[in-house]
Design a protein around this ligand. Structure first.
Ligand code: GDP
Ligand code: IMO
Ligand code: MG
Length: 439
């Protein structure tokens, strides 16, 4: 059976998915994205070269790999070509031979960005803290059956009339909240040349991927955002608008579910969140300084928006929930080295709500805000682990920390990342996903 592995963030994003996808991409023939858009920021460090991928799969860094932007994505054509042009300056060529964009993916148009701003302003203190890239409004149009798909845009008359139709409604909302109405002709003139440029990239990617799987070609499916930002399973309404969890990989690529042979969860040794929303283990008050230390050591600033990420302790209760809904076959644990400076490390192993220990992850955000995390404290190791590649070379306390996390999350840890570079990685086990690391 062909190897089809889904990579999913287990927390609120930025776990280091880009690094792990880049690391594993050389063992796969195709790398595909299945949801989200340029709200993602996946950083890849290769020697002294850094790349940040927003729309394109991180596999693009490896010459000769095919990349797919699946039907579950929302694609801003302007952002696509800006990214392609930026990569070209770095010697990576985004060509139709290598990159296929699903004809069924939806377009993000300028009015989606305007609506994203309007919606956040309307919410005021209750805002989501979105990336303002138009992601939510584009998915709203998709679910509302008025979205414009990549293939629709190939017919310029269809594109023009859909823009006119949708903009009439969008402008009513934008203007009602004091925004500037957009002009349909201007939107068309901006978008039409871009969709024309996109034409050679457009393909039936579901067919391409299923045929590839049938022909025994290996596929790595790269998740963006993360489980706790999933529109169904995340901390709703403080979520993104797509199905980020492994289940979304089938819907968002058209690959039949039984083709998927494993799910790798990307778990960071601590937690961050960018944007608003409940965050039970956030380092606040007396721990704010510690949060700042982690932010600096881990360079925790948004790769898309530059916003400082909120930092907190490892939340094993939330990660166990993520492991359950995604069915992680194995976990890649990232950023162990960031904790090198700490005397003690806390891990949240349970939640107490209104005085009672609870068993399941709360569905209501107001409840998540009232959670009292139950912590266990482990000793730090106060030794550099940067670049360690062998488990036996880790300080004993670092090894115990890794083993403890595996035990409390209930999933084996397949690899540990000890720095942003490809070779700063420690492979622990290679059993759960059928030996995929060894291939
Ligand atoms: P993603 O959105 O999940 O791909 O994660 P981001 O790229 O937004 O953020 C992760 C950041 O941590 C990037 O700057 C990576 O280069 C960096 N990184 C990844 N793994 C490690 C690691 O093990 N140690 C350190 N120090 N940095 C890492
Ligand atoms: P990667 O793939 C972290 C967050 C936003 C906001 C919420 C909704 O790099 O891990 P949206 O613009 O999607 O409507 O915003 O989701 N968010 C992310 N947080 N990493 C990301 O991507 C994110 N993409 C969206 O901050 O809280
Ligand atoms: Mg990111």
């Amino acid at each position: 059976m062909s190897k089809v592995i889904v990579i999913v963030g287990a927390q609120w994003g930025d776990e280091g998915k880009g690094k792990i996808v880049d690391l594993l991409a050389e063992r796969f023939e195709i790398v595909a994205r299945y949801q989200g858009g340029h709200n993602a920021g996946h950083s890849v460090q290769v020697g002294d070269r850094s790349f940040v991928l927003h729309l394109l799969p991180s596999g693009i860094i490896h010459e000769g790999k095919s990349c797919v932007l699946g039907n579950g994505m929302v694609i801003d054509p302007k952002a696509f070509f800006e990214e392609a042009d930026r990569l070209a300056e770095q010697g990576i060529h985004v060509t139709p031979e290598r990159v296929k964009v699903s004809s069924r993916a939806h377009l993000i148009l300028p009015y989606h960005r305007a609506l994203d701003h309007t919606s956040e302003e309307r919410l005021g203190n209750e805002r989501v803290g979105t990336t303002l890239r138009g992601i939510g409004p584009a998915y709203e149009d998709k679910a509302g059956r008025r979205g414009i798909r990549v293939a629709d845009a190939l017919d310029s008359e269809v594109l023009r009339s859909r823009i006119e139709w949708n903009l009439a409604d969008a402008n009513r909302v934008i203007e009602a909240y004091g925004g500037q109405a957009l002009d349909a002709a201007q939107v068309f003139d901006e978008i039409a040349p871009l969709t024309e440029r996109l034409a050679p990239f457009i393909a039936d990617t579901s067919h391409f991927l299923n045929r590839a799987a049938r022909d025994n070609r290996s596929i790595l499916i790269e998740g963006a955002q993360a489980a706790l930002l999933d529109v169904d399973h995340g901390t709703y309404p403080f979520v993104t608008s797509s199905s980020t969890t492994a289940g979304g990989a089938s819907a968002g690529t058209g690959l039949a579910p039984q083709r998927i042979t494993g799910v790798l969860g990307i778990v960071r040794t601590y937690t961050t969140r960018v944007g608003e929303g409940p965050f039970p283990t956030e380092m606040l008050g007396g721990e704010a300084e510690l949060g700042q230390l982690i932010r600096e050591r881990g360079r925790e600033y948004g790769a898309s928006t530059g916003r400082p990420r909120r930092c907190g302790w490892f939340d094993a209760f939330a990660t166990r929930y993520a492991a359950e809904i995604n069915g992680f076959s194995s976990v890649a644990l990232t950023k162990l080295d960031v904790l090198d400076a700490l005397d003690e490390i806390k891990v949240c192993t349970g939640y107490r709500l209104d005085g009672k220990v609870i068993e399941t992850f709360p569905a209501v955000s107001a409840e998540l805000r009232r959670i009292e995390p139950l912590y266990e404290t482990l000793p730090g190791w106060k030794t550099s682990t940067v670049g360690t590649t062998n488990m036996s070379d880790l300080p004993a306390n670092a090894r115990s920390y890794v083993e403890f996390l595996s035990q409390v999350v209930g999933v084996e840890i397949g690899l540990v990342s000890t720095g942003p570079e490809r070779d700063q990685t420690l492979i622990c086990r290679d059993s759960a996903l059928g030996g995929w690391l060894a291939d």
